[in-house]
Design a protein around this ligand. Structure first.
Ligand code: UD1
Length: 417
């Protein structure tokens, strides 16, 4: 299955740029079903999850061409409205196709998305919202069948600002009669990016980025072109990697505003992150100090996806850092692997206490999820000796050729099959 071999304790130096956002491009690819025409999407990262989304589009009858980071989708001739189980299971985000297929075809049939390594990930909020919009939803034997004869816009109040549910409602509401308002909507930058793409194809939608999104359904849609925003989680991961190893790294093609919760935390804790218009300069300035408490929260709070990479850094900080994981139930699977490398971490429910140690040592460790895998890479970069990280396919879901990017900065990292 492949492994990454990393020799640690080598300062990273140089400049890299950040690829397009995985979490933006996936709903945008689903949204390409809506216009029944051509969508040109720029800055598409070359990731496993993006290939999975492209496979779903092709299965549904779209023609999809990829030239470097540009993906061109023609959705004029859909041949079906179902997604088979093997494609659904490839990634959790396949569920975003539900709202898009209903919007385009009036009905959809798919299975529950694959089990998730982060604990139970129900889609009750997605399905309840679709029902409220007038969709008949049948859940039977792992299948979901949705039929919508006469979908009508209305106010949907989310009990939690779920990113995926917000996206599914936005996609479905574009073809509903009347006005839909999503209250307590997720405010993540990826939601704003989806709104930009939907507007580019003619949809009447506003408010993304705030907690109320309004969609006036039924607009005539047309061909669209869109540039995907940079990946804020990837940017944060490379910033943390640079802090872990010391050295000086310029990280380009970012949107500073999207990573400020992370950079403001890092600044002053023994490193400096200077934000430019579309870049960040990262330097170590002294001894790394613990961060006291980090609570993961919906945007603009501290992102749950950055919790594992930051935890890897805190294993080497002087003092104790307390993590409180509020979004996912099972997001500490990297902890046992970090402990193999010499970290001192205790978990009690959703709280993790990280007592900084003087050094980590290279070890054989296994990535069991995407961001947990990124955490192991950061730990290995800051450890004495050589580490071998297996489970690289998880990391490939969200980081484009990570070994090439880190090598560019002078890391000693190679992939073995
Ligand atoms: C998205 C991101 C993921 C990120 C997460 C939180 C994508 C492709 N993935 O995932 O990287 O970690 O946001 O920022 O964009 N929930 C329910 N019922 C539902 C929906 C969600 O209980 O119907 C719960 C989930 O189990 C989880 C929490 O709400 O505990 C957050 O989930 P959500 O915001 O929906 O995350 P995703 O869209 O799955």
């Amino acid at each position: 299955m492949g492994a990454l071999i990393i020799d640690g304790n080598i300062p990273l130096n140089g400049r890299i740029s950040v690829h397009g956002s995985k979490n933006s491009v996936l709903p945008i690819l689903a949204a390409a079903l809506l216009n029944g025409g051509e969508s040109i999407i720029h800055n598409c990262p070359d990731l496993r999850d993006v290939s999975s989304a492209v496979n779903i589009l092709k299965y549904l009858g779209c023609s999809v061409k990829r030239e470097k980071d540009v993906v061109i989708i023609d959705s004029s001739n859909l041949t079906c409205n179902d997604i088979p189980d093997n494609l659904m299971r490839e990634m959790r985000s396949s569920v975003i196709f539900l709202g898009a297929i209903i919007s385009r075809c009036g009905s959809a049939s798919l299975t529950f998305p694959g089990g998730c390594e982060l604990g139970p990930r129900p889609i009750d909020l997605h399905l309840a919202a679709l029902r409220e919009l007038g969709c008949a939803v049948l859940e039977e034997g792992g299948h979901i069948t949705c039929t919508a004869d006469n979908m009508q816009g209305k106010d949907i109040i989310l009990s939690f600002p779920s990113v995926g549910a917000t996206e599914n409602i936005m996609l479905a509401a574009v073809s509903c009669k009347g006005t839909t308002r999503i209250l307590n909507a997720a405010r993540e930058p990826e939601i704003e990016d989806l709104q930009r793409f939907l507007r580019a194809m003619g949809a009447n939608i506003s408010g993304a980025g705030s907690s109320t999104i309004e969609i006036v359904g039924g607009a005539r849609l047309h061909n669209a072109e869109h540039f995907v925003i940079p990946d804020r989680i990837v940017a944060s991961t490379y910033i943390i990697a640079a802090v872990m190893t010391g050295g000086e790294v310029l990280i380009e093609k970012i949107i500073p505003e999207h990573i400020m919760t992370v950079t403001s935390l890092l600044n002053g804790a023994g490193c400096s992150v200077t934000l430019g218009r579309d870049c960040a300069l990262v330097r170590r300035t002294g001894t790394l100090c613990a961060f006291r408490s980090i609570r993961t929260m919906p945007y603009p709070g501290f992102p749950t996806d950055v919790q594992p990479p930051l935890m890897a850094l805190t294993t080497r900080c002087v003092g104790t850092t307390v993590f409180i994981e509020n979004i996912f139930e099972n997001r500490y699977r990297h902890v046992s692997e970090l402990i193999r490398m010499g970290a001192d971490i205790k978990i009690e429910g959703k709280v993790a206490l990280v007592y900084g140690v003087r050094e980590l040592s290279g070890a054989k460790v296994a990535a069991t999820d995407l961001r947990g895998g990124a955490a192991l890479i950061i730990a290995a970069l800051g450890a004495d000796g050589t580490s071998e990280i297996t489970g690289v396919s998880h990391i490939d879901r969200g980081y484009e050729h990570i070994e090439n990017t880190l090598s560019q900065l002078g890391a000693k990292i190679r992939r073995v099959e």
